[in-house]
Every structure is written in structure tokens, then in C-alpha cells.
Design a binder for this molecule. Structure first.
Ligand SMILES: [Fe+2]
Length: 226
């Protein structure tokens, strides 16, 4: 069997021409197996014959009638894509630390990190869908998120629990500062839905998580009351 590598796949792919693809899709003649009806063969590699993208990243459309003009949508989408990339980063940092945590606080941090991961994951969907409602295009793939986020990249190495906590608190603070600024700007531009999402969901969730995480780096004796 011929071996297909990632290197030669796009060039060697026998992508059907658009016209041939349409013909194949609408074919109703009896197939080789004797069955009639449309071809059951999936049409692969369609991206190589694709026309222009439906919508370019960074643009906004007025497709949904939500009573906001283009300039307001554009400003909100830019803010929300920054918030989305930062939220993806802190979500993934929580999972990294969930896997790599060590030490006497392992059990509680292992569980707490995963809880916060799930909460950040829920925020991601809310932010991304708000971007789509506003007529924008949500940033999505890891490589693109790495370019957009302002949260410093942690090393691949396993780190001590207090260092993990410090990194998380720093990331939360970056997000929270943006929350205050972006919420104010959305309020001033009249985008109440974005303002509400930032304050009621993103800001409140991050503040709550800061509280739970911070208690793990308070320098206090565990066994003797002072
Ligand atoms: Fe797990």
C-alpha cells in the first residue's frame, strides 16, 4: 500500500476538479455495486479547489440584525478575540498544571486546577459565540492563539506548585485588567451584551478563581497556630 506522508499529501492529492466533483455528487446512475442513488464516495481535498474564504479574519459583517453599527462591532470583536486567546491560554495552563502538579498539596490542587479548567472552557465558548453574534470571526487554533495571547508562555518543564500558582495568578491578573478596560469600552460604545458577558461571566469567574488559587501561596505554618 502506498504510503502517504504529510509532506506529499497536498501536492500529490488527486483532488477532483470542481466540475467533476459536482458531477460525482449529483450522479444518480447505478453505481458499481449495483445500488442506485447518489455516489457514496466522500469528496476529499476540497480545500485545494476552494474559492475565497466565506469571511476574512479581522472583518465584521452586519448579517445579524442586533442594532449595533459596524464600528461598534469591530471594536468589540477585537477586544473579545484578545480575551478569547488569553482565556484559551489560561485554560490550557490549568490543564498543564493539573497533570504536572507534585507535593503535599497534590490532591487538592489536582482537583482545583481541573475545576478551573472546566470553568475557563465554558467561558471560551461564550466569548467565541459572542464574537460570531457580533458578525466577527473567532480565533480558534492553537497556533493562532499563541500569536494573539498576551499571557507569557510557561516552559514545557514540570515546575514546583508555588511556581505554578504564581504563573496562574499573573495570567488571571492580565485577564482581569483587560476585563475592566474592555467592559468600560463596551459600555461606552453601547454594546451592552459584550459588557455583560465580560463583567458577569469573565470577570466574576476569574476573580473567584484568584481567591481559590491565592490561598495556596499564603506563607503560614500548617501545624502550629501563631
Ligand atoms: Fe484529569
Amino acid at each position: 500500500m502506498a504510503k502517504t506522508t504529510a509532506k506529499n499529501a497536498p501536492a500529490a492529492a488527486a483532488a477532483p476538479k470542481a466540475s467533476a466533483a459536482k458531477k460525482a455528487a449529483s450522479a444518480t446512475a447505478p453505481a458499481a455495486n449495483g445500488q442506485s442513488g447518489p455516489s457514496v464516495q466522500p469528496i476529499l481535498n476540497q480545500q485545494f479547489n476552494a474559492p475565497a474564504a466565506l469571511q476574512k479574519y479581522g472583518t465584521v459583517s452586519q448579517r445579524l440584525p442586533i442594532g449595533l453599527d459596524t464600528q461598534v462591532r469591530q471594536e468589540s470583536v477585537e477586544m473579545l478575540n484578545q480575551m478569547l486567546a488569553d482565556t484559551c491560554s489560561i485554560r490550557d495552563m490549568y490543564k498543564k498544571h493539573h497533570w504536572q502538579v507534585v507535593g503535599p498539596t497534590f490532591y487538592q490542587l489536582h482537583l482545583l486546577y481541573d475545576k478551573h479548567y472546566e470553568e475557563q472552557d465554558a467561558l471560551i465558548d461564550m466569548i467565541a459565540e459572542r464574537i460570531q453574534i457580533l458578525g466577527g470571526v473567532a480565533v480558534a487554533m492553537a497556533a493562532d492563539i499563541a500569536e494573539v495571547t498576551s499571557i507569557p508562555r510557561p516552559p514545557r518543564d514540570r515546575e514546583e506548585a508555588p511556581i505554578q500558582v504564581s504563573r496562574l495568578l499573573e495570567a488571571h491578573q492580565i485577564i482581569l485588567k483587560n476585563c475592566h478596560e474592555f467592559a468600560k469600552r463596551a459600555d461606552e460604545s453601547g454594546d451592552d451584551g459584550t459588557n455583560d458577558l465580560i463583567v458577569s461571566n469573565v470577570l466574576r469567574t476569574n476573580e473567584m478563581q484568584v481567591w481559590f488559587v491565592s490561598e495556596h501561596v499564603v506563607d503560614t505554618p500548617l501545624a502550629r497556630a501563631e
